[in-house]
Design a protein around this ligand. Sequence first.
Ligand SMILES: [Zn+2]
Ligand SMILES: [Zn+2]
Length: 109
Amino acid sequence: MRCAHWRRVPLELVREAREKSSAEHVDRAVQCQLSAHDDGDHYGLLADVGEYGTALWLRWRGSTEAEQAVLPDCPVVASEPGGGGCGLFAGHIEQHTWEDTPKEVPCVS
Ligand SMILES: [Zn+2]
Ligand SMILES: [Zn+2]
């Protein structure tokens, strides 16, 4: 189950993300990419940065200021054929993306 937390991306971070990555479009709001978790920071994907194997993430906790983080991709790849790689960053908490069920949870807030 995917974490249901969303965060609006501050305008200056959107601008910065466009400069750092070659992305034409950076979302104004991101959903946490982790599996549902009770503790720790939330991480929403802003953009893939130019450098191979890294991505630009928005990190926040509760209602505190969100901040940008350039993080290396999670190097773990699914063992079963067709599983593909993990869409998260190295050292993330909870499950890898392929272990998670794709089912969307309705917004409860
Ligand atoms: Zn989260
Ligand atoms: Zn992973």
